[in-house]
Design a protein around this ligand. Sequence first.
Ligand SMILES: Cc1cc2nc3c(=O)[nH]c(=O)nc-3n(C[C@H](O)[C@H](O)[C@H](O)COP(=O)(O)O)c2cc1C
Length: 223
Amino acid sequence: MHDEQGRVRGMVESSQADRGARPAELEAIIRGRRSVRRFRPDPVPRDAVERILEAGRWAPSPHGSQPWRFAVLTRPEIKARLAEAMAEAWLHNLAMDGEPEEIIAKRLAGSRRRLLEAPVLILLCLYLGDLDRYPDPERQAAETTMAIQSLGCAAQNMLLMAYSLGLDGGWMCAPLFCPDVARAALGLPETVIPHALLTIGYAAADPRRRERRPLAELIVKDA
Ligand SMILES: Cc1cc2nc3c(=O)[nH]c(=O)nc-3n(C[C@H](O)[C@H](O)[C@H](O)COP(=O)(O)O)c2cc1C
């Protein structure tokens, strides 16, 4: 037998052996995770933050390109700088939508509070530098879409890890609407594109859960 075949067989055997050892609580963690938008001020241990980042690192990615970079923000002045910068960009958009002034003020205050109250913010940025290059725009666009899908995988890994550690997380899409503003506020390199902000901490209260559609509604074909 060739070495290569032996290796392949070994991998199959070990994956079968591992199957019984996989943590049984995964389903409970998946179902238990919820979006938390109010946090207690208690600090999050650095070790927990690192385990959350590690979980992101192990997400699947197209060709193993790992097209994500993470900015970890814990200092109040840094969080405030990001909050102020993004609020200004959002203010512009809300005004463009014709939202009444008092609604704008309320929404901006809520967003600012969320950023400042969460002990840890993790900004997930897209990094396109290691993607495959194609001569046609269709395949290049698909490559970018795959990278964004992969960033979602990293985010979910992080949220599940946070939950499994007794923490909670929230997802804020705000940076997606003002990536240049978020990048400039944090002094991040031009090569990273801010996409999603995860707020991490200890839940101040149990949030109301969103209903899930029945599985039968989601399966469009089961042949
Ligand atoms: C791509 C994406 C963007 C989201 N953006 C926001 C957001 O900007 N603000 C927010 O409060 N929640 C946001 N969420 C969280 C969703 O509102 C939440 O996941 C959904 O309501 C289901 O609730 P659950 O997470 O508690 O199960 C986002 C989630 C995803 C996946």
